[in-house]
Design a protein around this ligand. Sequence first.
Ligand code: H2U
Ligand code: ZN
Length: 343
Amino acid sequence: MFEKPHRRLNPLTGEHVLVSPQRTQRPWQGKVERIQEAARPEHDPKCYLCSGNERAGGKRNPQYTGTFAFDNDFAALLPLENSEQIQDDHLFCAVPEYGICRVLCFSPRHDLSLPELSSEEIEEVISVWTDETRTLSKNPNITNIQIFENKGELMGCSNPHPHSQIWATQRLPNEPAKELIQQKAYFNKHSRPMLEDVVQRELEANRRIVIVNEHWAALVPFWAAWPFETIVLPRFRASSLLDLNLLQRKSLADILKRLTTRYDNLFEVSFPYSMGFHQAPFDSEDHTEWTLHMHFYPPLLRSAVIRKFMVGFEMLGMPGRDITPESAAERLRELSEIHYKKA
Ligand code: H2U
Ligand code: ZN
C-alpha cells in the first residue's frame, strides 16, 4: 500500500497533496550533515526580548523571571476603531481589519528553546497562552485568536530568544476559515467532530502516531504536506484552550516537550518550524464541530541544511511529498526523548 503515486485529501482544508513514494522508497538513511550552532549566552545584552533590556520600539522589558507577554511594538494589526472604507466592489475588494498582536517570551533564558525548558516551564507557557486567549476572547471585535511560534532563521524568525506570537483578528484568516467549513460539513453529516474520528482511527491503525499520552496524541497526518509535519490532537472533547483543565495542560506540556525533543534529535539541530494552535472561532455560536489542535510545519527534509521547497508544481499545482507520512512517523518514533545536547 502507498508505493505508487497517489493524491491524498486533507479533510481539514478540502485540498489535496500529491504523494510520490517511488521517488524515495525509504526515508533518507545516509549521512546526516551536522551544522555548528553558535553557542548563545543565557542573557544577551543586545537582545530586545531578554529580561531588563530595551526593545527596538524604545520600551524596556521588566526583569521578568518566568514568561513575559507584551503588545507587539510593530503590530500588523491595530486595536483602533477602523471604519475606513477602502474599496469594495465585485472585483477589487478591501475592507478594514481590526486586531491585536501580542508577543510572549517563554523564558528569560536567551539560549534555550521549547524542548530545553522543563515540563513545568512549558506548562506555564500553556497557561499564559490560555490566559491571553481568555482576555482576547472577551473582546467583541475578535473572532480568531492565532497563537503561533516561528522558530529558526530558516523560517524567517527574527530573534532566537524563545518566544511566540498571538495575532487576534476580527475575521477568520484563510486557514481557520477552510477548517471551519470542513469541520462543520463533517459534523452535519456524521454528528461527530471530524478530528475526534481522526484521532480514533489513528490510534487504532497506529501507523502514523509519533507519541501518545493519556490526553493527547502527536502524529503525522495522513495528508501531511511537509516532510515531518505533525498534528497534536486531544483525546477528549475541546474546541479551544479555554476547555482544558490543569491535568490536560500538564499533559500537553509533556507532549510538547517530547515532540520537540524528537524534532531536535532528528538532525541534531535546533529544529526550525512554524507551529500553532487552531481554536474554534470566538463568536456567539456553538462550535462542537471544532476540535482544538496544533500544527507543526517544519521545513527540513534530509538534514540540518537540506530543506524542502514548496515551489514549481507545488506553487502552481498542489503540494507534494516523496517520503510518505508513514515513513516520516516511523522515523520520528525511532528517536530518543533525551535531547541530543544532554545525551
Ligand atoms: P518573530 O517571531 O518573527 O521573530 O518576531 C518577533 C516579533 O517581535 C515581531 O513581530 C516584535 C516584532 O514586531 N518586536 C517587538 O514587538 N518589539 C521589539 O522591540 C522587536 C520585535
Ligand atoms: Zn534574549
